[in-house]
Design a protein around this ligand. Structure first.
Ligand code: UD1
Ligand code: UDP
Length: 384
């Protein structure tokens, strides 16, 4: 039996982990035993537990409860806790997702005690090292033994950094294997889409009508922590709600709700509060967000996951960042990078409001990335 220790911590990782846990449960139970460690990076009910409850992920075997802190303190606490559990459990592989501090901590802890790292969502690059995520993902990739990239662009990025395709087993961190496997988030979006229609009442709860609202999410630190950027985004959202006749629905990450009071002036805050068409809510569950994404007219976001989901559900997306790792969706013309620039956001909105003919060719696999990853882990374990 192969023993995996999966690290989760932040919301998107819990969601991503659902795909692998489901594949193990459905097809590989006799070969793979998964243990889950939650670092506690996200801890509010609606940022963590709701996903375990809704997506059928086994409860974590360990929770480090590290909570929020500066990058150094938070990551250091995680490394210490993860190392302790690794020494105890002695898993055959450590599985990490994406690019958060929880990912980096897992990679640092495991690599120093020679536990092979499986990095899911490897190879993504923004080419912007001021992003904490860019540092996390580069460092994790270069400590990993098996790297699973959701896109061909990710695979190419890895090759450009010296990783070789078709390396021969046995795989090690000095002889890593890279794979193009599709996106575990696509697996999940396909799997949960129908259930979202059946179970979610988020549209009714907020009086939203299909095709008649804009869905937005904002949480990236360079947007929340910079008053100019946060102001530009909110001014654009207010303008859109005034000129378009559409509702704007914003399930806000706690980082953003907490910092708005400080980083927006009182005049703008007043305008936000008194605007009946700008609806700000708590973060919503995965089934709720999928329901919203399926029914929105346009999606505006700085989230990596929400950008891709806009594509999965064939919706135009305005990217509130200076660049994206998901270059395919921009190349295909279904997403526009508008950064935190009011005019660029409004121009992109005006373009998509005209309902241009958009094409969403498949870019993110076949919905079975989780199964593929399990098969490759088993092969690597057996040295074939
Ligand atoms: C983290 C990731 C980011 C990812 C995001 C997903 C890093 C460096 N960043 O950013 O890549 O896109 O998660 O959502 O790992 N907070 C709460 N309750 C919670 C969690 C956070 O109130 O349950 C607040 C705290 O004030 C905290 C702030 O949000 O200080 C930021 O949380 P943190 O986990 O440090 O970073 P995120 O912005 O969530
Ligand atoms: N998400 C959610 N509820 C919300 C906002 C986002 O379930 O209120 C989901 C979203 O659908 C996606 C994931 O969280 O699957 C993305 O996480 P986030 O935006 O926090 O981080 P990122 O992907 O940018 O790292």
């Amino acid at each position: 039996m192969i023993k995996l220790l999966t690290i989760v911590g932040a919301r998107p990782q819990i969601i991503k982990a659902a795909a692998l846990s489901r594949a193990i449960k459905n097809s590989f139970q006799t070969r793979i035993r998964e243990f889950i460690l939650h670092t506690g990076q996200h801890y509010d009910q609606n940022m963590s537990q709701v996903f375990f409850d809704e997506l059928g992920i086994p409860e974590p075997d360990f929770n480090l409860n590290v909570g929020s802190a500066s990058h150094g303190v938070q990551t250091a606490r995680m490394i210490e806790g993860i190392e302790e559990r690794l020494l105890d459990l002695k898993p055959d592989f450590l599985v990490v997702y994406g690019d958060t501090n929880s990912t980096l901590a897992g990679a640092v802890a495991a690599s120093k005690i020679h536990i092979p790292i499986v990095h899911i969502e490897a190879g993504l690059r923004s080419f912007n090292k001021t992003m904490p995520e860019e540092i996390n993902r580069i460092m994790c990739d270069h400590a990993s033994t098996m790297l699973f990239s959701p896109t061909l662009t990710g695979l190419k990025n890895l090759q450009n950094e010296g990783f070789r395709l078709n390396s021969e087993p046995p795989f090690t961190s000095d002889n890593p294997a890279i794979f193009h496997c599709g996106d575990v988030m696509y697996d999940n979006s396909l799997f949960f889409a129908q259930l979202a229609d059946l179970k979610s009442s988020i549209m009714e709860q907020n009086q939203l009508k299909p095709g008649q609202f804009v869905l937005g999410t904002i949480h990236r630190d360079n947007n929340t922590d910079d008053p100019k950027r946060l102001t530009a985004i909110f001014e654009a959202l207010i303008r859109i709600s005034e000129i378009s006749g559409l509702e704007v629905f914003l399930p806000l990450h706690p980082r953003t709700s907490k910092i708005m009071e400080r980083n927006l002036n009182s005049n703008l805050l007043q305008k936000i509060r008194s605007n009946a068409h700008l609806k700000i809510s708590q973060p919503v569950s995965f089934l709720d967000i999928i329901k919203l994404e399926k029914n929105a007219m346009i999606i505006m976001t700085d989230s990596g996951g929400v950008q891709k989901e806009s594509y999965f559900f064939r919706k135009p997306c305005i990217i509130l960042r200076p660049e994206t790792e998901w270059v395919e969706i921009v190349k295909n013309g279904t997403a526009i990078i508008a950064d935190a620039d009011k005019d660029r956001i409004l121009n992109a909105f005006a373009y998509f409001e005209e309902r241009p003919d958009l094409d969403f060719p498949p870019e993110f696999g076949d919905g079975e990335a989780g199964e593929f990853i399990c098969e490759q882990i088993i092969r690597a374990f057996n040295g074939v």
